[in-house]
Design a protein around this ligand. Structure first.
Ligand code: NAD
Length: 261
C-alpha cells in the first residue's frame, strides 16, 4: 500500500505564499488534505484566484489573507484572522545583495523583519492555538544560508541563521507537547527571488544566463540541479506526518549536497 499522509481537519497558514516555495508548500499540504491560508502583502484578484484554484482542484478550504510580514502587528493579526493554525509555515522572504559598507539600513531592516522577526511574531500567536488543539507543527523555511555564508548577503545570512536559532528555541519550549518545530534549508530553487538575481549577476561577471546558473548559482550545489518547490512542499508535508513526531529542533537540508562540502 502506498504511504500517505492525511492532514484532513488541519489548517495550515503559509506566509508569503502567492508564489515560489510558499505556493508549492500550499499545494502539497492541500493535496494531503489540509485547509490552507495563503498570504502575501498584496491584495489582488490573482491572490484570491490562487486560493480558489487550490480549493477547486483539491477540495480543501483555501483562502487568502493579506498581511505585510515586515510589520509585527500584521504578522500577529494574520494568525488571529486565520482563527485556527495547526500548521504554521514561516516562508515569507526577500533578498538584497551588496557589500556591507554599501548595504542600506532600509534593506537590512526589511530583510531582518520579513525573513526573521515575522517568524517570531506568527509563532507567538500560533503556539497558544496549537496548545489548545493539542497538536501543532511549525516549519520555518530557512536556507543553506542559515548554515553557511556567502559574501554580500549580510542581512539574509544573519536572518536565516536567526531563524535556525528560533527553530531550536521553539522546539525546546514545546518539547513535551505534540508540537514540533523544524527548519527546512533549501539550496537554490529556481523561483522569482533567484530569477531577480540573474540579470545583475550576468552584468557583473559578463556571463550568459546559462553561465550564471552553472558557474555562480549552482557552483555550491554538487548535484548541479536546482531543488524544486514540489520537493520543499513534500518535505514540509513529511514533517507534519506521524513519522516525524520526534523530529524537532533540527534543520533538514534540501540542497543537493551544498552543506556536505
Ligand atoms: P519568492 O520571491 O517566490 O517568494 C517570496 C514570497 O514572500 C512571495 O510570496 C512574496 O509575495 C512574499 N513576501 C515578500 N515580502 C513580503 C511581505 N512583506 N509580507 C508578506 N509576504 C511577503 O521566493 P522563494 O524562493 O519562494 O522564497 C520563499 C522562501 O524560501 C524565502 O524565505 C527564501 O529566503 C527561502 N529560500 C529560497 C531559496 C531559493 O533558492 N529560491 C533558497 C533558500 C531559501
Amino acid at each position: 500500500m502506498a504511504y500517505t499522509i492525511d492532514l484532513a481537519g488541519k489548517t495550515a497558514v503559509i506566509t508569503g505564499s502567492n508564489s515560489g516555495i510558499g505556493l508549492g508548500v500550499a499545494w502539497a499540504l492541500a493535496r494531503a488534505g489540509a485547509d490552507i491560508v495563503l498570504n502575501s502583502f498584496t491584495d489582488t484578484p490573482d491572490d484570491h484566484a490562487i486560493a480558489q484554484k487550490i480549493s477547486d482542484e483539491t477540495g480543501v478550504k483555501a483562502r487568502y489573507i493579506q498581511a505585510d510580514m515586515s510589520k509585527a502587528d500584521q504578522c500577529r493579526k494574520l494568525i488571529e484572522d486565520a482563527g485556527v493554525c495547526d500548521i504554521l509555515v514561516n516562508n515569507a522572504g526577500i533578498q538584497h545583495v551588496a557589500p556591507i559598507p554599501e548595504f542600506s539600513t532600509e534593506k537590512w531592516d526589511a530583510i531582518i523583519a520579513i525573513n526573521m522577526s515575522s517568524a517570531f511574531h506568527t509563532t507567538a500567536v500560533a503556539l497558544p492555538m496549537m496548545r489548545k488543539a493539542g497538536w501543532g507543527r511549525v516549519i520555518n523555511i530557512a536556507s543553506a544560508h542559515g548554515l553557511t555564508a556567502s559574501p554580500f548577503k549580510s542581512a539574509y545570512v544573519t536572518a536565516k541563521h536567526g531563524v535556525v536559532g528560533l527553530t531550536k528555541v521553539t522546539a525546546l519550549e514545546t518539547a513535551k507537547e505534540d508540537i514540533t518545530c523544524n527548519a527546512i534549508c533549501p539550496g537554490y530553487v529556481l523561483t522569482p527571488i533567484v530569477e531577480k538575481q540573474i540579470p545583475d549577476t550576468m552584468k557583473e561577471y559578463d556571463m550568459t544566463r546559462e553561465e550564471v546558473m552553472e558557474n555562480v548559482l549552482l557552483t555550491r550545489q554538487p548535484s548541479k540541479e536546482f531543488a524544486t518547490v514540489e520537493q520543499i512542499g513534500e518535505t514540509t508535508t513529511f514533517l507534519c506526518a506521524s513519522a516525524a513526531a520526534q523530529i524537532t529542533g533540527t534543520t533538514i537540508s534540501v540542497d543537493g549536497g551544498w552543506t556536505a562540502l
